[in-house]
Design a protein around this ligand. Structure first.
Ligand code: NCD
Length: 309
């Protein structure tokens, strides 16, 4: 793997083969975690979270700790010099004096890229505004791969806030590289995928896609249903959010119309869009996703630090 020293800002920064090799490493770590419990001894991961997070930050920190490394960082930018007006470039240059690798979540699109351009240290984008979230995509892909064996010829339904949902943009970008993947984009008119995703990803890769407002009309055709939360924090006004927030609620009744092997994914956190009764359905994979997230991040940290097995 030639990922040593590189940054991960968007899914397309890594080739399909490189992502495949990360899945391989994640699988080996899952099979024998104790073989990897010391490989990052003496290494330090910094987590710079300018936005709330549960899974992404905890899974990165757990990943580094389980590799024998250590972690520093903030989850409240108000407690660091950011509050004094320090730029992201200066912050990352400083962090690079202490840490070996950094993970950044930021409300501004492109902020992790600015950080990566300001340092030689590997920088991982853990979500930049409504733009991209490549490590969630690695988690999503690993979950599908382990359940279905691969991605070829899948019909993937993506449902909810396709406009502001960064996990959606990264997922489509990554899956559009596999042959025969077709997309069914399910959202209210106001929350359709941004034009750049339609033009630069879907049309450019000639991926078949359809857009609809109605989940029930299409649920029976799907191999994967990727549900998402309406991204309240990206809305300009609360009334629009309230009007759109419950556009889709996946429940046991709707699941009856789905294939017996359709996978339900969700990056979490969920608000209302999946009823709790679906959790016990064997087709619900969202907590599995959260678990896989730690293993793929262990593999990613090892690869970017150039740590040999
Ligand atoms: C997602 C995010 O932050 O974009 N969460 C996550 O990382 N698992 C999804 C969301 O917040 O809706």
């Amino acid at each position: 793997m030639m990922l040593k020293g590189r940054s991960l800002l968007e899914p397309s920064d890594f080739s399909v083969e490189e992502i495949e090799s990360l899945f391989g490493l994640a699988g080996r770590i899952m099979d024998a975690p104790s073989d990897y419990s010391e490989v990052c001894r003496g290494r330090l991961l910094a987590t710079l979270f300018y936005e709330p997070s549960t899974r992404t930050r905890f899974s990165f920190e757990a990943a580094m700790l389980r590799l024998g490394g250590q972690v520093i960082g903030f989850s409240e930018p108000g407690s660091s010099s950011v509050a004094k007006g320090e730029s992201i470039a200066d912050t990352i240059k400083t962090v690079a004096c202490y840490a070996d690798i950094a993970v950044i979540r930021h409300p501004k699109e492109g902020a992790p890229r600015v950080a990566a351009m300001s340092t030689d240290m590997p920088v991982i984008n853990a979500g930049d505004g409504g733009h991209q979230h490549p490590t969630q995509t690695l988690t999503d892909l690993l979950t599908v791969k382990r359940a279905r064996g691969g991605f070829e010829n899948l019909t993937v339904g993506v449902c909810g806030d396709l406009k502001f949902g960064r996990t959606v943009h990264s997922l489509i970008k990554a899956l559009a590289r596999y042959s025969g993947v077709s997309f069914v984009l399910i959202s209210p008119q106001e929350l359709m995928v941004p034009e750049y995703v339609r033009k630069e990803v879907l049309k450019k890769t000639a991926s078949p896609f359809r857009e609809t407002e109605n989940l029930l009309d299409v649920i029976s055709e799907l191999d994967v249903l990727y549900m998402t939360r309406v991204q309240r924090e990206r809305f300009f006004n609360e009334e629009d959010y309230i009007r759109l927030k419950d556009s889709y609620i996946l429940d046991a009744e709707k699941m009856r119309g789905a294939r017996r092997d359709m996978m339900v994914l969700h990056p979490l956190p969920r608000v209302n869009e999946i009823a709790a009764e679906v959790d016990s359905d064997p087709r619900a994979f969202y907590f599995k996703q959260a678990q896989n997230g730690m293993y793929i991040r262990m593999a990613l940290i090892m690869a970017l630090l150039g740590i040999k097995e």
